[in-house]
Design a protein around this ligand. Structure first.
Ligand code: DGL
Length: 256
């Protein structure tokens, strides 16, 4: 029997989903969160769809085995693209919410505008993204921007390092002055917004799906009358089982 004090499990291939956890905590401060980062297997974004699906299911099964769960937030665009339909089918008793690139928001804000979507290779090649693209590519000009190597740098705690800025310059310089908005379609990327703004200018609008995902989670919990009366807390697990990655995780949660 599912109860309101059961956990909201938040899953990502690593520390990226903490950018979603920040929004969830802001909207749902009374909840018990269990954050599962699979950093031992990150990045997911360069793997095959089958591999991403298998890793996601292995992690979610581990969560189910060890915690009473009322909701699962897949705080990873890549895992959502590869496995969300199958997860909903396998865990019908849970509220299952996935994150996807915030293209709708971009199209609403910038009808006829120029929109970049930065995401992993898996997200950009999945059928789910194709559907999303075709819903909005008549209303704005959409550029797919893969960013290989960026997830690894954030996982290594190098979000602010010169090598991260160098990589972002290489990826983004061709788009300087050519975009109205940039969608951050991977949950690791909100940790490098400062650097992106330095490269593309402070006027560029950056959009990510974290806030929408948190709002949808809250709405679904309210609807099911499963909001927790409190107190709230966060419990962490990371498959690297290394104190350094847990220190980085708490640091990213507090980061502005
Ligand atoms: N954070 C994940 C996402 O939102 C993917 C990172 C990875 O490649 O593992 O897509």
């Amino acid at each position: 029997m599912i109860g309101n004090r059961d956990y909201i499990a938040v899953f990502d291939s690593g520390v990226g989903g903490i950018s979603v956890l920040r929004q969830l905590r802001r909207l749902l401060p009374n909840e018990r969160f269990f954050y599962f980062g699979d950093s031992a297997n990150a990045p997911y974004g360069t793997k095959s769809t089958q591999q991403v699906r298998a890793l996601t299911f292995a992690a979610v099964e581990e969560i189910r085995r060890t915690h009473p769960v009322k909701a699962l937030v897949v705080a990873c665009n890549t895992a959502t693209a590869a496995a969300i339909a199958q997860l909903r089918e396998a865990y019908p008793e849970w509220i299952v919410v996935g994150i996807e690139p915030a293209l709708k928001m971009a199209a609403d804000y910038f009808p006829g505008g120029r929109v970049g979507v930065m995401a992993t290779a898996v997200t950009l090649r999945e059928e789910k993204f194709d559907h999303l693209l075709h819903r909005f590519d008549h209303s704005c000009q959409i550029h797919k921007i893969p960013a290989p190597g960026l997830v690894e740098l954030v996982e290594a705690g190098k979000a602010d390092a010169p090598e991260t800025e160098a990589l972002l310059r290489e990826i983004l310089t061709p788009y300087a002055g050519a975009l109205d908005a940039l969608v951050l379609g991977c949950t690791h990327y909100p940790f490098v917004t400062g650097t992106i703004r330095r490269i593309l200018g402070p006027q560029l609008v950056l959009l990510d799906g974290g806030d929408g995902t948190a709002r949808e989670t809250k709405r679904r919990l309210e609807e099911a009358q499963l909001l927790s009366p409190g107190p709230g807390m966060v419990e962490w697990y990371n498959s690297l089982e290394d104190p350094q990655i847990l220190a980085l995780s708490s640091q990213l949660l507090e980061r502005k």
